[in-house]
Design a protein around this ligand. Sequence first.
Ligand SMILES: [Cu+2]
Length: 167
Amino acid sequence: MRLFVRLVAATFFGLILISCGGKKEKKEGFSYEKKEVKPRDASDPNSIILTSNDAMQFNKKEIKVKAGAKVTLTLKHVGKMDKSVMGHNFVLLKQGVDLVAFGNKAATKKETDYIPSGTDDIIAHTKLIGGGETAVIEFDAPAKGVYDFLCSFPGHYALMKGKFIVE
Ligand SMILES: [Cu+2]
């Protein structure tokens, strides 16, 4: 029992150290990004790792999660290119939002990293990342159903999109 308490304490302080080390300027607008997302069991069906690359691709066209639980999504950019030329994000759209219309609108919002400020179209999104970077977000799984996800960097949604399925 004591050992357990110590482990919890060690993990807690470790997280604090990590979060202090990774402090960055806050952008305007909302973000679901959390610095202290706890590592989850790899067998957790709601722990998703999505990779993106310099060839403008995600490694998944379909993501499945369970309803009624939190989703931890880790987006990795395994390429080398800078985010100004090959930036990627993960944007999960509400049902009924047209992906192409959203993608075209978002493409004009360079000043907010291609996320329209104050938008009501999004369930969750990561920040924009470049080669070698990683972003982690945590959010509540939406109701059962099929949702669209995309990268909102200009032009990327043509290839970088897929279905987010809540079961
Ligand atoms: Cu992209």
